[in-house]
Design a protein. Structure first.
Length: 292
């Protein structure tokens, strides 16, 4: 079957929506609360739409052969998932899905269980699921189909731009926090060196040694406070611009997101947000991060 570009685009949007329905229902059941799953704000998951299109492109020529459909669909979708995950981590320094804890995984981007699921999905889609979708889409008036596709294209373009901006904001925050953590580690190292260098004087209770120790500790404490103050000031500026609210939304839609590149900074950031959320809640105010 030869489809037009508009038809393929509509198929992509349709399977993005179908994937969002499946993923959102699954994650919401697992967490016993509603989770609007996905990288985007709207009800679309591009990885499912892209996977469906890739599978259809490679399997439609032999759509009646279940074995070929399974293996070809599994291979093509797995490659797509790996390169998509690797590219997103390279761009945003965060993994929005991570299979590191699963057996037979490759760099946490793909795993054997996920690949098998893609194979089963390919068979269901190509042999059974796509047929009624195909009939429905081809039965639509051409002008109506083009209008719907145009509207969805504009809507998703805006959503993608906003979501990418949120991901970039999170990346910049993690990089800044990592840099300040490194500065704090240098401060601690300096204090340790001061103790080692002036240790004998301290044992002898030398006034000069004690004074030097206190001076080093005072300077270290002051720098430490400046680092923490800088972090909180940047947080406050970002909150004014609603950057943190948007990051909270992004992480809320991706509760299993991790950052291997900034693991410590990522965990510290979440902990700071929880602490600030607890403080705000004591005053009767809701915090953007109290549920992360």
């Amino acid at each position: 079957m030869n489809y037009t570009f508009t038809t393929w685009l509509f198929f992509f949007y349709f399977y993005c929506f179908l994937g969002w329905v499946w993923e959102t229902c699954y994650v919401s059941v697992c967490q016993a609360k509603w989770v609007n799953r996905g990288f985007l704000h709207g009800p679309f998951l591009p990885i499912y739409g892209s996977g469906a299109i890739v599978v259809l492109l490679f399997t439609l020529p032999f759509r009646t052969n279940a074995v070929l459909v399974f293996f070809v669909g599994m291979a093509s979708a797995t490659l797509l998932e790996y390169f998509t995950g690797a590219a997103m981590e390279c761009l945003f320094h965060v993994r929005y899905w991570d299979y590191s804890s699963k057996p037979l995984n490759l760099n946490g981007h793909i795993c054997a269980l996920s690949s098998l699921a893609w194979g089963v999905f390919s068979v269901i889609l190509t042999l059974y699921g796509h047929n009624p979708v195909e009939r429905f889409v081809l039965s639509l008036n051409r002008n109506l189909l083009e209008a719907l596709t145009f509207f969805l294209t504009v809507y998703l373009s805006v959503d993608v731009a906003q979501s990418v901006r949120e991901a970039v904001n999170l990346k910049e925050l993690l990089v800044g926090l990592e840099r300040e953590n490194e500065e704090f580690r240098h401060i601690q190292k300096g204090i340790e060196v001061a103790y080692a260098f002036y240790g004998s004087e301290l044992k002898e209770k030398s006034e000069a040694g004690l004074k030097k120790i206190n001076t080093a500790l005072g300077a270290g404490k002051e720098k430490s406070e400046n680092v923490k103050s800088g972090i909180m000031e940047r947080m406050e500026r970002a909150r004014t611009k609603r950057t943190y609210k948007s990051i909270r939304s992004l992480l809320g839609r991706n509760p299993r997101a991790v950052s291997k590149m900034h693991e410590k900074a990522f965990s510290e950031f979440l902990e700071m947000m929880r602490e600030r959320g607890a403080g705000k809640n004591k005053c009767g105010k809701n915090d953007d991060f109290d549920e992360i």
